[in-house]
Write a protein that binds this ligand. Structure first.
Ligand code: I6G
Length: 673
C-alpha cells in the first residue's frame, strides 16, 4: 500500500509536469502515447486502491453525473468588457486619452496580445486547488461551469509552485481551428448540424449539462488577466501578472508583448495581422493594455469598460480568387440564389470556395462573370461574399451569368415576377430542394422545434421516399427511423418522441412553420392576432389579409397564393388530421404587443441572453428585429464587443440599450433574478 501511494504520488507529479510542458510551455517531452500510459497506470492503481483517490487527481476530470441546470454565481469582481477600436485612428484617440489623463506623458508602455475568438471564463483557485469556474454572464454574475472546465486538460486542477491563498484567473476558452474541423466532420457523420464557427462550437461545448460531452470537445484556454489575488506576490505590471499566471501553470498567450506607445501598438497589430492566417486558432483583433498597474488604477473605468485597455479589431478579410462557375441554390420558398464556386482561397484562416452572389441584380450591378478574378470578403460569422470583380484581369473566355429557365433541381419553370430581384422555382414541394428546406424549416427551433431532425436524416428520409412534405413526419414510426443508415434505436425513439411532442403548438408557430414566402415570425404573429384562426386566414381575400398591421400587398399575395395551392391545403389538412393542434383566439397568444411598429437591432454579445432569445423576446412584444441600423431604428441593443452597428447608432443618435435596459423595456426579470 505504501509503495502504491508513493507510485500514485509520483505519477501525479509526472502527469502534472508533462501537462505543464505540453500546454503551458509548448515544449512536450514525451509522446501522447507515453502520456496516456502514465494516466492509465494511475487509473489502474486508483481502481485497486480507491482510498488513494482525490478529486484533484488528473484521472478525475470528468464528473459522473450530468446536472439539471447551471447554478448562478457572483464574480468576486465584475468581469468588464472592452471598448473596440475599428481603425487605427481609434487607437490613436485611445492612446491620446490615456496620455492626457496621465498628465501628458510621452509614451506609455502597453502589453499587446491577440484577442482570441472564444468565451470569457473566470476560474478560482483556493490554496492552489481549482474551486470554481464561471462564464462571464452579465459581468456581475455568470453560470457555474466548474464540472465542464475541469474536463479541459490544459487547465491544471492544482496550481504549480507557490500558490496564492486565492487566485481568480480570467481568460478565453476557445476551440482551435483543426479541432473545430474534426468536430464538424463528426457532427455531419452523426447526422447533426455542423457548428457555424469555432466560437459557437466552443460556447455550445461549454454549455453542456453533461461534462462527459464537454470532455470530448477540443477546447483550450488561454489566460489573460487576474481578477482577484490574495496571499500572492506583489505585482506592479500586467506583464508580471501574465508571468505569474504562467508560473502557476496557467497558459498565457505566447504572443503577448510589451510595446511602446501608439507606434508600438500599430506595429504589433500589423505583425499579428500577417501571422493571423497561420495561427491555429481564430482571433478577431489585438488587445492593448497599459502595462503599469498603478497607471491602470489612475485611469479607472468608464461605464463598464476600463480606460486602460482597448480591443483593436481586424477589418473584414479580403482575398483575390477566380470564379470557376455560378450555380443556383434553391431555397425553401423556391428562390434561386446564385452562388459563386471559387478557386479555393485562404481568407482569415478559413478556406473559402463558395460565396453568395445574393441575386441577379447584384451580379449585374457588380458585373461579375464566370472566369473573372474577384475579391472575396469574409467577416466574422457571415457568409463569404464577392465584393467586386476585377475587370482589368478579365479573360476573353469570361461568361455572363444567366438565370436558368428551369430549376436546376427539379426542372420546373423558373419565374421572376416584375420588379422583384428574386427568381423562384415553381415546383413547390415537388422540388426536392424545396421539400428538404420546407421540412428543415418546419422542424426548426422557432417553428415546431423537432429536436434531432437534422439535415442528414431529412435527406435520408427524402431518398427513401418517406418524406414528401412535413405531414409525412407524423407517419414515421421508430422502427422506420431506426432502419435509416447510422440511426441507432435510442435516437430513433427520441426523434419519434420529439415529432409527437411537436403536435401541440401555437397558431403563430404553426403559420410560421408552413414556410409561406415572406411570412416570418412577426408576420405569422400579426396574422394570428388579426384573424384568430387558421380557417379565417386561409379563406381571407388578399385585401382582407392586407388589413393586418405591417402586412403589405406582397405578403398578402404570398399568403393567398399559398392557400390557393391545393397541395398546400392538403398538407395542412393532413397535419391537422395527424393531431397537430393549437389553441385559437387572441387570449392564447397573449395579446399585448407594446413594441408593435418599432424596429430594433441587436449587436454584440449580451451577457445573459443569446441573440436568438433576445430576438424572440422582442418579436413576442411585437417589435421587428432588423440586421442593420438606419434612421428608422427605434433602438440598438448592444452587448460586449459590439462593432460598427453600435458606432452607427451613436452617429445617428439612436437609443442604445444594454441587456438590463432590454429586460426593463420588456418588463422581464433582471438576469440572475
Ligand atoms: O474580452 C477580453 C479579451 C482579451 C478581455 C481582455 C483580453 O485581454 C487579452 N482583457 C480584459 C481586461 C477584458 N476583456 C475586460
Amino acid at each position: 500500500m505504501d509503495a502504491a501511494a508513493q507510485r500514485v504520488q509520483a505519477l501525479r507529479e509526472q502527469i502534472a509536469q508533462h501537462s505543464h510542458l505540453y500546454y503551458v510551455l509548448d515544449d512536450p517531452r514525451i509522446s501522447d502515447f507515453d502520456f496516456d500510459e502514465l494516466l492509465r497506470e494511475l487509473q489502474q492503481l486508483e481502481a485497486q486502491y480507491p482510498q488513494l483517490l482525490t478529486p484533484q487527481s488528473p484521472t478525475q476530470r470528468v464528473g459522473a453525473t450530468p446536472s439539471a441546470a447551471f447554478a448562478t454565481v457572483r464574480h468576486p469582481a465584475p468581469m468588464l468588457s472592452l471598448d473596440n477600436a475599428l481603425v487605427a485612428a481609434d487607437v490613436e484617440d485611445f492612446d491620446r486619452r490615456v496620455r492626457e489623463r496621465l498628465g501628458d506623458v510621452d509614451a506609455v508602455h502597453y502589453v499587446a496580445e491577440p484577442k482570441l475568438d472564444g468565451l470569457a471564463v473566470s476560474i478560482i483557485y483556493r490554496d492552489g486547488q481549482l474551486l470554481r469556474a464561471a462564464t462571464r454572464g452579465d459581468g456581475e454574475q455568470g453560470e457555474d461551469i466548474t464540472a465542464n472546465i475541469r474536463t479541459l486538460r490544459c487547465i491544471p486542477l492544482s496550481l504549480s509552485g507557490a500558490a496564492p491563498a486565492l487566485l481568480e484567473a480570467r481568460g478565453e476558452v476557445y476551440m482551435p481551428v483543426a479541432g473545430f474541423a474534426r468536430l464538424n466532420e463528426e457532427q455531419l457523420r452523426a447526422g447533426l448540424k455542423p457548428f457555424v464557427n469555432p466560437r459557437n462550437a466552443a460556447a455550445g461545448s461549454l454549455r453542456q449539462l453533461d461534462p462527459r460531452i464537454t470532455a470530448t470537445r477540443p477546447l483550450e484556454m488561454c489566460f489573460y488577466a487576474l481578477g482577484a489575488l490574495e496571499g500572492g506576490p506583489q505585482l506592479t505590471t500586467h506583464s508580471a501578472a501574465l508571468a505569474a499566471l504562467r508560473g502557476w501553470g496557467l497558459r498565457t498567450s505566447p504572443w503577448a508583448r510589451q510595446v511602446l506607445g501608439l507606434q508600438g501598438c500599430l506595429d504589433y497589430f500589423a505583425t499579428l495581422q500577417q501571422q493571423r492566417p497561420q495561427l491555429p486558432y481564430q482571433i478577431d483583433g489585438v488587445v492593448y493594455k497599459v502595462d503599469e498597474l498603478a497607471l491602470q488604477e489612475r485611469l479607472g473605468f468608464v461605464a463598464r469598460a476600463p480606460r486602460w485597455a482597448i480591443a483593436h479589431k481586424f477589418p473584414a478579410e479580403e482575398a483575390q480568387t477566380t470564379v470557376l462557375a455560378v450555380d443556383f441554390q434553391v431555397g425553401r420558398t423556391g428562390a434561386l440564389t446564385p452562388v459563386a464556386r471559387l478557386e479555393p482561397v485562404l481568407v482569415g484562416g478559413a478556406t473559402v470556395s463558395n460565396a453568395t452572389l445574393h441575386n441577379m441584380d447584384e451580379i449585374a450591378r457588380k458585373d461579375i462573370r464566370v472566369g473573372d478574378a474577384v475579391i472575396v470578403r469574409r467577416a466574422g460569422d457571415v457568409i463569404p461574399e464577392v465584393v467586386r470583380a476585377l475587370p482589368e484581369h478579365r479573360p476573353e473566355s469570361a461568361q455572363v451569368v444567366v438565370m436558368p429557365g428551369l430549376c436546376p433541381v427539379c426542372a420546373s419553370p423558373v419565374e421572376r415576377s416584375e420588379g422583384q430581384a428574386v427568381a423562384r422555382c415553381t415546383g413547390a414541394l415537388r422540388c426536392r430542394a424545396q421539400r428538404h428546406e420546407a421540412v428543415r424549416h418546419y422542424a426548426s427551433r422557432r417553428a415546431l422545434n423537432i429536436e434531432g431532425l437534422g439535415d442528414a436524416i431529412i435527406a435520408q428520409l427524402i431518398d427513401a421516399d418517406l418524406l414528401h412534405s412535413p405531414a409525412d413526419l407524423y407517419q414515421l414510426d421508430s422502427a422506420v427511423l431506426a432502419s435509416l443508415p447510422r440511426m441507432g434505436e435510442k435516437s430513433a425513439q427520441n426523434l419519434c418522441a420529439a415529432i409527437a411532442v411537436s403536435k401541440a403548438t401555437t397558431l403563430p408557430r404553426f403559420l410560421y412553420a408552413l414556410g409561406i414566402a415572406e411570412v416570418g415570425e412577426a408576420t405569422a404573429g400579426a396574422l394570428a392576432r388579426q384573424f384568430g384562426s387558421l380557417d379565417l386566414i386561409s379563406t381571407a381575400t388578399a385585401a382582407q389579409i392586407e388589413q393586418t398591421p405591417d402586412v403589405g400587398p406582397v405578403v398578402a399575395a404570398h399568403v393567398r397564393q399559398f392557400f390557393d395551392d391545393p397541395l398546400n391545403v392538403q398538407i395542412v389538412a393532413r397535419l391537422r388530421e395527424a393531431g397537430v393542434h393549437w389553441s385559437e383566439g387572441l387570449a392564447a397568444e397573449g395579446a399585448s404587443l407594446p413594441l408593435l411598429g418599432q424596429t430594433y437591432v441587436l449587436t454584440g454579445t449580451l451577457p445573459g441572453l443569446s441573440r436568438d432569445e433576445a430576438k424572440e423576446m422582442l418579436e413576442a412584444a411585437g417589435a421587428k428585429v432588423s440586421g442593420s441600423v438606419s434612421k428608422r431604428t427605434h433602438a440598438v441593443v448592444a452587448g460586449a464587443e459590439a462593432g460598427t452597428k453600435l458606432a452607427k447608432a451613436q452617429e445617428l443618435g439612436i437609443t442604445v440599450l444594454d441587456e438590463a435596459g432590454l429586460r426593463q423595456l420588456l418588463g422581464i426579470a433582471p438576469a440572475g433574478a
